[in-house]
Design a protein around this ligand. Sequence first.
Ligand code: TEU
Ligand code: CA
Length: 539
Amino acid sequence: MKWWQKAVVYQIYPRSFQDSNGDGIGDIRGIIERLDYLEKLGINAIWLSPVYQSPNDDNGYDISDYEAIHPEFGTMEDMNELIAEAQKRSIRIVMDLVVNHTSDEHHWFQEAKKGKDSPYRDYYIWRDPVKGKEPNDLKSTFSGSAWAYDKTSDQYYLHLFSEKQPDLNWKNEKMRQDIYNMMNFWLEKGIGGFRMDVIDLIGKEPDEKITGNGPRLHEFLQEMNRKTFGHYDVMTVGETWSATPENAELYSGSDRGELSMIFQFEHIALDQESISKWALKDLDLVELKQVLSKWQIALGETAWNSLFWNNHDTPRIVSRWGNDQAFRVESAKCFAVLLHLMKGTPYIYQGEEIGMTNRPVRNISEVNDIESINMYKEEMRNGKTAEALLNAINYKGRDNARTPMQWNDQENGGFSTGEPWLAVNPNFTEINVEQTLADEQSVFYMYKDLIQYRKENETVVRGSYNLLLPDHQSVFVYERVYNENRLLVIANLSTEENTVELPEISKESTIRFSNYDRQVVDAKQCTLAPYECFVVDVK
Ligand code: TEU
Ligand code: CA
């Protein structure tokens, strides 16, 4: 087994984690100050969202220099210190690798823009106009056309995200080599690996309107592996919105020479009507169980799952599929237990471990995120009402997860002594790290306990997975089996009581995790309280 198969990863969105100098922006020194907290939680690696030089059109996912730290976040010395200080605590730093696109302020693009003869021209994707218009109707994820017009050359360049994020041309060998050199620069610093932003898009064929899963994708990943991280004991996780259980094996099969694992997003799309994330629909728990179980089983032996409920692009899980009011603590624990006892590498998004919630807004002026703002403008032009759009943004918008980390009940939740770049969720007075550490029954200690349990328990790491009661509308039950050992995981994801029949449980069995202090289980007729979860170590 590899180290990352037994690891738990914690995602830090640095802008919102901890500000150390009062400018309202989280920074690397702030992260260093909080490493003891993360060590206490017990995580093994940090996925660090981008800290590179960037004009911040998409909060750092638009990089203008891959080998420089944005001064807002600190210096390269701070970065080196973070890697070293984390290492002292057995925590590895996994860097965000954003190589589907750069910033338009990257010097490659600045050069490329100079004209058709620029040596960097072909580092990006340029096309002539078709009948005086965009080459085709490819759309940007951030609304509008994916093609931007460049007057100087009378050509369009491709940007699958914002106009300030031109797509790199992976067919250009020199460009690829430059990327590999940059990756080796980071690997030589002793980082723990890479999380690879929208990596499934690098094989695109824009003329055929193929974006995800292009024909040369796996060839590029194999080359990248050979020329960079394949020589290091690191983890790699690809962000792949187009992943299916079948192609997941291509990315992460142990004999493929590609990645350690990928993020699949099938479960993330279950509460939308259409391809648009903004077309809201209620979650059907039966579907959620089906999808997660399918992935558990498909990648059980030959490949590896990554497990997550939320990240910096998605809403907070307690607010999304749990209950962030009366049952906030109970439902946060249900999602923790369900995820952390599955097979794969679990990811915790900052604040999830204390049950942080979405932060609703009343007006578009309070929104910072480019995706939400562009969608709002476009849909207002299409005649939608501000009320409907804000409703969607409050449920799904990316700012929900990006509000500052809530450390204590002091000014700005202890995040900053200055004005935070994005307002702190007003519930910081009740929901914060200090409070959660002082309460033995808190969400934090459930996470800590689950992380510790994974370190000691072979069944959690290696056991097979089996879904029980697949058709139950509210209760999620599965078992993990390894040799003679069996764990039964039960969670009632509903505000109602529910009574279910469980498989027989011998008297010697013990209850391992419980969010209601449960002592006994009547398997024939087990009544679960609202958002009750527990785990039985079946003997
Ligand atoms: O996200 C990829 C992506 O497709 C997202 O834009 C996603 O569709 C959307 O946010 C769902 O709400 C990655 C990064 O995680 C994201 O933060 C970046 O904005 C994006 O790539 C561009 O780099
Ligand atoms: Ca700062």
